[in-house]
Structures are given as structure tokens and as C-alpha cells.
Design a binder for this molecule. Structure first.
Ligand code: GTP
Ligand code: MG
Length: 136
């Protein structure tokens, strides 16, 4: 069965939204396979976000992601990669559709990087690579 990596980012953990985000994933019918609270190190984040190296938001993104603990979750289900991306909503929380995690719970805080509460793997290849990084 397909698996994906979900991260509750430091803003989600700090705002106490971990339970709400887990609730949405579980209510949709997906299974939690593994879960850990992680203070991510630079090295892990550089590998996780390698595709964004050189972009203007890359440094602020790494600083944000190491600013506090994240909850890493291994989630399983048929078409779970697509399904979790749909639950999360668009990257920009201001315009993410209402009904989605980012659309309902996120907003622009005027910071250098979009703080958008969650991460979800975007393809089977990415999911395999990211699960390996966060759950070794
Ligand atoms: P992730 O699930 O976190 O990977 O989000 P995503 O797939 O919706 O977005 P993407 O991989 O393109 O970007 C990773 C993260 O970088 C986003 O979640 C945002 O936090 C941040 N980011 C992406 N694009 C922008 C941008 O144009 N401006 C700013 N300020 N931040 C961005
Ligand atoms: Mg992404």
C-alpha cells in the first residue's frame, strides 16, 4: 500500500494544531504507521529541501524549519500521496481553498517564508526518499 511523509511544521506544533491535523488525516481514512517529534538538524533539512537550494526563500525556509520541533508522520493508504496533498491545500495559505488544512488554519504572517503548517510528499519517488530521511 502507498505511503507518504507528512510533517507538522514548527508553526503547526507551536500553535497546538498537531491534533487537529492528525484528526483530518485519520478522519479521511488514512492510517498512521509511525510518528515522531523531531528537532530537525540542518543536515536533514538541507537534504529534505535540496530541490529548493538557491531560491530566495531557501535560507528562511531552513531557519523556519529548525526553529522548533516538527512532528513527522508516516501515513498509509491507497493514493495517499495525492490525498494528503488535497487535504493540505495550496502552498500559499492566504489563497488555499477553505476546507483544506492550510486554507482553514493558515494565513500570511508577513514573514520571509510562507508558514503553511504542513508538508506532504509530492510523488512516489519523493515519498520514498523523504521517508528514508525522516524514519531512516
Ligand atoms: P511542502 O509540502 O512544504 O514541500 O510545500 P509545497 O510542496 O506546497 O511547496 P514547495 O515544495 O514548493 O515549497 C516548500 C516550502 O517553501 C513551502 O511550503 C513554503 O513554506 C516555502 N515556499 C515555497 N514557495 C514560496 C514562495 O514563493 N515564497 C515564500 N516566501 N515561501 C515559499
Ligand atoms: Mg514541496
Amino acid at each position: 500500500v502507498e505511503e507518504t511523509l507528512v510533517l507538522v511544521k514548527p508553526d503547526g506544533v507551536a500553535r497546538g494544531l498537531t491534533g487537529e491535523i492528525l484528526r483530518r488525516i485519520e478522519s479521511k481514512g488514512y492510517s498512521l504507521v509511525d510518528l515522531r517529534l523531531v528537532q530537525a538538524e540542518r543536515d536533514l533539512l538541507e537534504r529534505h529541501y535540496a530541490e529548493h537550494e538557491g531560491k530566495p526563500f531557501y535560507e528562511p525556509l531552513l531557519e523556519f524549519m529548525e526553529s522548533g520541533p516538527v512532528v513527522a508522520i508516516r501515513v498509509a493508504g491507497e493514493r495517499v500521496i495525492e490525498g494528503v496533498r488535497a487535504l493540505m491545500g495550496a502552498t500559499d495559505p492566504t489563497t488555499a481553498a477553505p476546507g483544506t488544512i492550510r486554507g482553514d488554519l493558515g494565513r500570511d504572517w508577513g514573514l520571509k517564508v510562507q508558514q503553511n503548517l504542513v508538508h506532504g510528499s509530492d510523488s512516489p519517488e519523493t515519498a520514498a526518499r523523504e521517508l528514508d530521511l525522516w524514519f531512516r
